[in-house]
Design a protein around this ligand. Structure first.
Ligand SMILES: [Zn+2]
Ligand SMILES: [Zn+2]
Length: 287
């Protein structure tokens, strides 16, 4: 059988679940059935909802799941004109045992199969962002420290280029891919500050001490802000983790103390009881 009904595969899956020594989570069964029955579920949302609601009772039988499979079988046998209007759906009985899958459609390269037979899930082709979709722009001509304006943006090549700053020595950093200044963060800010009229020496000093925040290109400042946000979040998470650890410690100590008190109380009670038992023993022995 090259194209068995989906429900046949689903039943075999349920048989396996029933044969297992350990219990299978409802969520795991649902997840398998959602995948196995996808073509049918895409046509009839109500079946998806029924699987989502089905569960395994304490007794461990899978009747609720099997009932949904039976419903699919009944539906495809009588043919369906469901809400999706898929009345072109071929019935299982109408097709009969001699049914053979249709030939491959040369336009798509796939067979168009009825929704109730096992078939591959064909994902839509992803739209590539690699070819012709490059959003990165960098200036073609290098801007320089004397403040000459960067040239208008041209599409970037995917090659990394060194930072344009050469004064007093060549900057060892790589220019950011999306930076129109074609510089590293520090020099992007410095070059732009000078372009805005800041004294070059002043700009160099401030750039070195990290005082030119906000002067960089949009790409650089965005990246910088995102990075700082991430650092802050990390710090916050660490602080919270430390706080939780302290709370846990206090709780643990309190629990230990309570256990000790209970133990001491029990010991005291048992001691008292023992004395009573002794007295009773003496009493019954007539002493
Ligand atoms: Zn930049
Ligand atoms: Zn640089």
């Amino acid at each position: 059988m090259s194209h068995p009904p989906l429900t046949l595969l689903a039943r075999r899956y349920l048989d396996i679940v029933e044969g297992l020594k350990t219990a299978t989570a409802n969520s795991a069964i649902r997840s398998h059935l959602f995948r196995l029955l996808k073509p049918e579920l895409d046509r009839d949302e109500s079946i998806r909802n029924k699987i989502a609601a089905a569960r395994v009772p304490v007794s461990g039988n899978l009747d609720e799941f099997r009932a949904v499979l039976q419903e699919i079988d009944d539906k495809v046998k009588v043919g369906s004109t469901d809400k999706c209007g898929a009345d072109d759906q071929p019935e299982q009985e109408a097709l009969g045992p001699d049914w053979r899958p249709p030939p491959i459609n040369p336009a798509t390269g796939y067979r168009t199969l009825p929704s109730w037979v096992a078939q591959p899930y064909i994902r839509p082709t992803p739209v590539s962002t690699e070819v012709g979709g490059n959003e990165d722009f960098v200036s073609a001509a290098a801007a320089t420290l004397d403040g000459s304006r960067p040239a208008s943006p041209t599409p970037a090549t995917n090659m990394s280029s060194p930072c344009v700053s050469t004064a007093p020595t060549a900057c060892p950093s790589v220019a950011a891919m999306r930076c129109p200044t074609r510089a590293c963060l520090t020099h992007c800010r410095q070059i732009r500050a000078v372009a805005q009229g800041m004294d070059p020496n002043d700009a160099a000093a401030k750039a070195a001490s990290g005082e030119l925040e906000g002067y960089g290109c949009e790409a650089h400042e965005e990246k910088f802000a995102a990075k700082r946000l991430k650092m802050q979040e990390k710090k916050k998470a660490q602080t919270e983790a430390r706080r939780m650890k302290r709370v846990k410690n206090v709780e643990h100590k309190a629990a230990e103390r309570a256990a000790r008190v209970r133990k001491e109380e029990r010991a005291a009670r048992d001691g008292a009881k023992m004395e009573v038992d002794d007295e009773e023993a003496h009493f019954s022995m007539g002493m």
